[in-house]
Structures are given as structure tokens and as C-alpha cells.
Design a protein around this ligand. Structure first.
Ligand code: IPD
Ligand code: CA
Ligand code: CA
Length: 267
């Protein structure tokens, strides 16, 4: 077993534990609050992040660990380069807080800023998406690949809207209208990590969104790339997890969708 596959397996096991914890805790006690205007958080987001951090720290004491709710929980000085785990304990918190069963646990290992292990676990459907660099992308252990559809008019796309009603929000509305007219369907699932996992699994042809955070996309981008897809910014530039926008596609439709999105982006 290579080093990365052992880390992928450990991350899968931790994500599964976290998923069970989320479903159990939701049934027992749910406290919903706002961490910023319109930005919901729950007691379960926090307890799940703690659970994941504790398990990762036990398994990989020399790695840095950072999550959405508590930031950098564990700093390690590793002479062999920067290894950082990026965690979104619940991606899709608004869905979760409303009892909508569309959310997931997202865990990524980055080495020197590049994702090398990715795990996205949907506890409601018991679906485990995982990938390791050059090791392919898998759903429940079975290899997955992006769709081969090359006709934009038959494509199904997915997006999300930024919280702030600023230029990217307006751009997304305009793009949503144009692509609703152009493509077969657009979905808005409320979990960027699930959106990316579904592009990787060939369930949808493309995902785009502005203003996401590193923990939203860190795992999903490796899934899409290892499944044969393409990831850039909406401007067509190289994507990294700090970029202001993302377009992840099956590759075949990438250039056509870039052109359509840019034709109305205004930002
Ligand atoms: C959110 C989801 C959503 C996206 C938001 C994210 P959270 O993450 O990924 O799909 O549109 O921008 O913040 O807050 O549920 O972890
Ligand atoms: Ca998120
Ligand atoms: Ca979250």
C-alpha cells in the first residue's frame, strides 16, 4: 500500500465516523446560530470538526490541520514540506439546519498547496467519493469518470450563489439565466463539495461558483481532475483553492462554457 493510499483510507474512515456523528447529533440536539449575516452554523458543525481534527492529529501528528470552524487547530513543522489537512465538517450547513438531506463531510490533504488526497462523504446516501493524486477517483471503491457529453444543449450544470449581494452574485444570476436557456438543466444543491463530486462521477457536466473558501473546493478539485475533468477559474486561469471563482467540467465542454459564462460575467 502506498503512503497516499494509506492516508486516503484513514481519511475515509474518519469521514465515515464524522457522518455517523452528524446524523446522530442532529437527532439529539440542534442549535442553529449565525456566524455572520445569513451565514448559518450549528453545534454539530463544531463538534464534527473537533472529532475530525482529533482523529487526524492521532493518525498524522506531524501534519498541520485546518478547518472551517476553528481555523488552524494543529500546527506542525514538517521539514519534508508543508502537509495540511483542510476540513469542511459539514458542507451544506443551510440544508443540514433545515433538515434537507444534502450535505457532506469534505477532507483534503494538501502538500505544498496542492491536493493529493480527497474524501467527500455523503452520510445520507452513504456515498464515499475519494481520490489520491495519480490514483484515480472512486465512488465506494469503484472507479468513476466525468461524463463524455459534448453537446451543451443536453448538459446538466450546477452552481451556487455567494452570500453577499455583490458583483459575483449579480454575475451568477445573469449566468444562471443564460445557461438555463442554453442547457438542459441547472441545479442548485447547496453543497459545493457534493457539486464537485457529482461532476467527477459524471452525474453533471459542470459546476461553477464565485467566492468559495479553500475547504469548499480542496477535495472536490482532485476528484474532478482524477476523474478526467478540467478545473479553472471562470476567467479560464489556473485554479487554486484561494481563487475567486471556479469552473469544473467534464473537459469536453470546458471552453464552450467558459465563453458562455464570460459573455455575461461582468466581474
Ligand atoms: C457552502 C456550500 C454552498 C455554497 C456556499 C458555501 P457551507 O458551504 O458549499 O453550496 O454555495 O458558498 O459556503 O457553509 O455549507 O459549509
Ligand atoms: Ca462549505
Ligand atoms: Ca461548512
Amino acid at each position: 500500500m502506498t503512503q497516499l493510499s494509506s492516508e486516503r483510507r484513514t481519511a475515509e474512515a474518519i469521514a465515515r465516523l464524522a457522518g455517523r456523528h452528524i446524523l446522530r447529533e442532529r437527532a439529539e440536539r440542534l442549535d442553529v446560530s449565525l456566524k455572520a449575516p445569513d451565514d448559518v452554523v450549528t453545534n454539530v458543525d463544531k463538534s464534527t470538526e473537533r472529532l475530525i481534527v482529533d482523529r487526524l492529529r492521532d493518525a498524522f501528528p506531524d501534519d498541520t490541520i485546518a478547518g472551517e470552524e476553528f481555523g488552524e487547530s494543529h500546527r506542525a513543522d514538517n521539514a519534508d514540506g508543508d502537509r495540511t489537512w483542510l476540513i469542511d465538517p459539514i458542507d451544506g450547513t443551510l440544508n443540514f439546519s433545515h433538515g434537507i438531506p444534502l450535505f457532506c463531510v469534505s477532507i483534503a490533504l494538501q502538500v505544498d498547496g496542492e491536493t493529493v488526497v480527497a474524501v467527500i462523504y455523503d452520510p445520507n446516501r452513504d456515498e464515499m467519493f475519494s481520490a489520491s493524486q495519480n490514483g484515480g477517483a472512486h465512488l465506494d471503491g469503484v472507479p468513476i469518470s466525468v461524463s463524455s457529453l459534448d453537446d451543451a444543449s443536453a448538459a446538466v450544470l450546477v452552481t451556487g450563489f455567494p452570500l453577499k449581494r455583490s458583483a459575483p452574485f449579480e454575475a451568477t444570476l445573469d449566468q444562471f439565466e443564460l445557461l438555463t436557456r442554453t442547457c438542459r438543466g441547472i441545479r442548485r444543491l447547496g453543497s459545493a463539495a457534493i457539486d464537485l463530486a457529482y461532476v467527477a462521477a459524471g452525474r453533471m457536466e459542470a459546476f461553477w461558483e464565485y467566492s468559495l473558501k479553500p475547504w469548499d473546493t480542496a477535495a472536490g478539485i482532485l476528484l474532478v481532475e482524477e476523474a478526467g475533468g478540467q478545473v479553472t477559474t471562470v476567467d479560464g486561469g489556473p485554479f487554486d483553492v484561494h481563487a475567486p471563482s471556479i469552473l469544473a467540467t467534464n473537459g469536453v465542454l470546458h471552453d464552450e462554457l467558459l465563453e458562455l459564462l464570460q459573455s455575461v460575467s461582468g466581474c
